[in-house]
Write a protein that binds this ligand. Sequence first.
Ligand code: NCD
Ligand code: ZN
Length: 357
Amino acid sequence: MALKDSYTLPAAADMHVHLRNAPGAIASLVTPTIRSAGVDTVFVMPNLAPRPVVSVAEALEYKKALQQLDGQVNYLMSLYLHESVTPDVIREAKKAGIAGVKAYPRGATTNSQWGVVSFEPFHEVLQAMEEEGVVLNLHGEVPSSSADGVTVMNAEERFLPVLQGLVAKYPRLKIVLEHCTSADAVKAVTALGENVVATITAHHLSLLVDDWSANVHHYCKPSAKSPEDRRALLNAVVTSNGKFFLGTDSAPHDITSKKGKGNTAAGVFTQPHALGYVLTALEEAIARGDIADSSVTEDVLKGFFSEYGRQFYGVPLATKQIRLTRGGARVEESLKGEGVEVVPFRAGEETWGVEWL
Ligand code: NCD
Ligand code: ZN
C-alpha cells in the first residue's frame, strides 16, 4: 500500500466552497458536512442566485446565517466582482475581514451572468485591492465561443494571458487562480511571483474528460481534461511549497438540475469527504506511475490540506488535529434535505474516515 493506513494532521482548510443561500435547504444539508470532512476553515464563494453577494452587509449577513448552521467553522467571506463593488467597498471589506473578491468571467460557469466582461472598468477597484491586500480570486476561464475557437477544453489555457496581464498591471495584487485544471495553468502559476497561487480540487486529481462526458455528476467548470493535465496537477500537489493548496470547489446542485430537462448544472459535490478523495487520487496516481510514493510525505499533506491556504490568507494555523483512517467511511449514495437531493462524488465507494482528536 503506497500511503499509510492512518494520518494525524492539523485540521484542514478548504479554500473554495459553495454552500448556497443561507438559510436554505442546500446550505442546511451541506454546511454540517464541512467539519465531518476534517475541515474547520472555508473560503465561501459569493455566486448566489438570484442575487450574488456584492456588498459587505450581504457578506456579513450570509456569514451569520452560516454560523447558525455550524458555529465552529471559520467562514472566510468573499464578494462577487460587479459594478457595485467600488474602491470604497473594498476598503470597507478589508475592515470587515472579507477575505477576497471573486471574478467570474461572464458566461463561464454557474451564476456567472452578472460577471466580468472586461477588467478595464475595475481598474480603481483592483488598485484598491492591491493597496489593501484584498485577494482577487479568479475563475480562470474565458467563455466558450465557436467564433474564437474556445471550448471547455481550452477555456482555461485561453484565460492565462488575462492572468498574466493582471499580474503585470498590478504586481503586488494577491491572486488565486481558482481550481486550476491544466498543465499550462500549473506552469503559468509556477512562473509567477509568490503573491500568485492556485487552488486544486479533489475531483480534478481523479477525473478526465472521458469521466464527465459519461456522468453528469462529474461535470463541472472548469471541466476535467487530459491525462497530462491531471498528472501536472498531481505533481503540483506534491511539490507545492505553498504555491498550490486545497480548494475543493465543492458545488452542490439538486439532482433535478443535474438530470432535468435543461442543460446539466456544472459542479461536483465533494464537501463531506474532501480529504479522502484527495488521498484516494494520490494513491491511484502512485499506482499509475504519475507520482512517486515517496513524494506523498506528511509535510506535503499538512501543507496542501491545512497550512498553505491559511498562510496565504493570513489565517492562524490550525490548533485542532484530525485523524484520517483508510477505509473508515463510505460515501453516501446521496444526501437528502428539505425538498433537495445532492449526489456526492464517488457515491457508494469506500473512503477514508475522519476523527477529531
Ligand atoms: C460552481 C457552482 O456550481 O457554483 N460550478 C462549478 O462547476 N465549479 C461555480 C464555479 O466555481 O465555477
Ligand atoms: Zn467554484
